[in-house]
Structures are given as C-alpha cells and as structure tokens.
Design a binder for this molecule. Structure first.
Ligand code: PBG
Length: 325
C-alpha cells in the first residue's frame, strides 16, 4: 500500500480540506481600529500612509462604524486625536475627551458592539511620549501610572468594554486594575499590550494618530526586537498584575512570540497586525504585485495558526464587507 499520499488524500477536495482545517478565521475574533478626531464632527481625511483608513470626526465615525456593523463587525478599538495636546496628556483622561465621547455615542447606538479603549498618553502629550517626561527628557514611569489609571477610569465610565493599555510603563496593569476595581468596574477586562516591541512597523500609525515622539524614541520602554525571553517576563508580570488578555505586537514579524505566549500562558492571546504590516500589503497590491485580499487572509490565518485567539487588523471591515469572514 502506498502510504506516501496520505496528506494528498486529505487535500483532494474542497470539502475534505475544510473538514481537516486546523485554524479558522472568524468574524468574532476580529477587532477594527478607528482614529477619531476631536476638531470637527464632520471631519474625514484619508490617512495617506494607510490607504483605506481615515481620520474621522464623531459623525463620520458613526457612519463608518454603522457600515461595518451592518457587515457584521463585532468589535473595534479607538484611538483619539485631540485638539489640544499638553505635556501631561490631559485630554486622555478628561471626562469629555474625544475617545470618551466616541465610546458614549457608539455604546448608546450599538450596545452589543465590543468597544476597546486604547489606554496611552502618546496621542495626547505635546512631546509625543507615552508617559510624563522629566526636564532631562527621560520618561518617568511611576508618576505616569496614576494618569493611565485616570484614563482607564474615564474610558470605563464612558462605557468601554475592554481597557487596553499600550504604553508599556511598568506596573500599569496593577495600577489600572486597582482603580477599576475601586470604582466598581470589577468586570471590565484589561487587554494588555504585554509584549510590545519598539518597532519601525508603527510608522504609518504615528502619522495617523499624530503621535510620533518629538525627541528620542520609545526604546527605553518598548521591547528590543531581538528578544523573546524578555517577552515571557513582560507577559508574566502583566498576568501577575491582573491582565485578562495578553497582546503581542506587531504581528507577522513576531509569530514565534505569539506561539511562545500561547504555549506558556492560559489567557487569551491577541495579535496586532500593525499599521506598517497593513500598509506594505496595500502598497504592493496598489502596484499590482500581490493580491491584496489573498495576502491579507493568509497573514491573518497565520496569526491563528501561531495561536492567537483574537486579532486587531485594519483589514477587518473590508474583509467583512466583501464577505470573506
Ligand atoms: C500607542 C500605540 C501605538 C500603536 C498602538 N498603540 C504606537 C506606538 O507605540 O508608537 C501602533 C499601532 C499600529 O502601528 O497600527 N502607544
């Protein structure tokens, strides 16, 4: 008997391939990011470095989300672009900050939609760093924690379903958990950007969110791309502090890390297909060099194969609208 065709026999028809498929992409696992602008509710501007993505005023955001919800969107994450930035990032934790306003509007209209709030100061600080900065230009970890906790509280009060700290300050998950619990938000989960690398793949996002640091870089608080054991330590610290979901970011260049976190922790694992990953697919597709949808779907299934439970991707709403998920 010829045993060499075992694999091939299972690939001989579409139905067989689907029967034995090991990973699946599901609309329930996908989170679409949106950039919401405070200046004007009717603002709508394409993000040049992220074709298909927009900076949106509140009214425009509601329209965009509405279209995606009609196509089956289950979850989104919000990033805010305030009118005023200051050294302490005060619009991040203002009760009337743009993200808080957007959460209220969205939850009012679509109570079932899962709204994730990115918790960070970099979009709100005049210097563009994720925390307070000393006169010497150093990011000050501990004094930043209280501000992140205030931001998370303002987001939870507005109705956020998940708090997602992306700042990489040490101890922020514990600080946020304590603040949430004290105010009775016992059931609001924290999705921590636990293993977040200092990555050049965030370039287009920093255009989109107008959050590029004005001096220096984020290497003192984000991780070195060369390291994986450090990722285990970062994730373990966040678990200890009370994280409910662990995120790895960026995605495709760090599939090994996704697998590592999957195998070493029993919490849900999220992967963020970041702006640079999105834009390089878009750019190559615009040049006619690759098939955009096929490459997007192949990248996303790779996250699932590597062990991700949920995925943040800018392709989400387009894939939904085209019926691919
Ligand atoms: C904020 C934040 C960043 C991203 C998500 N949250 C940028 C950064 O750390 O500089 C990047 C997302 C993307 O590139 O799509 N700290």
């Amino acid at each position: 008997m010829n045993t060499f065709h075992r694999g091939r026999r299972l690939r001989s028809s579409r139905a067989l391939r689907e029967l034995v498929r090991e990973s699946r992409l599901n609309r329930d696992d996908l989170i679409q990011p949106y950039f919401v602008v405070e200046s004007d509710p009717d603002f709508r501007k394409p993000i040049a470095s992220m074709p298909g993505q927009f900076q949106l005023g509140l009214n425009q955001l509601m329209e965009e989300v509405g279209g995606a919800v009609d196509a089956g969107l289950k979850s989104l994450i919000l990033f805010g672009i305030p009118v005023q930035k200051d050294p302490a990032g005060s619009q991040a934790y203002d009760e009337n900050g743009i993200v808080q306003q957007a959460i209220r509007r969205i939850k009012d209209r679509w109570p079932e939609l899962i709204v994730v709030a990115d918790t960070c100061l970099c979009e709100y600080t005049s210097h563009g760093h994720c925390g307070l900065v000393s006169p010497e230009g150093e990011v000050r970890n501990d004094p930043t924690l209280a501000l992140l906790a205030r931001t998370a509280l303002a987001q939870a009060r507005a109705g956020a379903d998940i708090i997602a700290p992306s700042d990489m300050m040490d101890g922020r998950v514990a600080a946020i958990r304590e603040a949430l619990d004290e105010e009775g938000f016992l059931h609001t989960p924290i999705m921590s950007y636990a293993v977040k690398y200092s990555s050049a793949f965030y370039g287009p996002f920093r255009d989109a969110a107008e959050s590029a640091p004005k001096f220096g870089d984020r290497k003192t608080y984000q991780m070195d791309p060369a390291n994986w054991r450090e990722g285990l330590r970062e994730a373990a610290a966040d678990v200890e502090e009370g994280a409910d979901i662990l995120m790895v970011k960026p995605g495709l260049p760090y599939l090994d890390v996704i697998r590592l976190i999957r195998d070493n922790f029993d919490l849900p694992v999220a992967a963020y297909q970041v702006s640079g990953e999105y834009s390089q697919i878009k750019a190559a597709a615009q040049l006619g060099w690759i098939d955009e949808t096929a490459v997007a779907l192949e990248s996303l299934i790779a996250f699932k194969r590597a062990g991700a439970d949920l995925i943040l991707s800018y392709f989400t709403q387009d894939l939904l609208k085209a019926g691919h998920v």
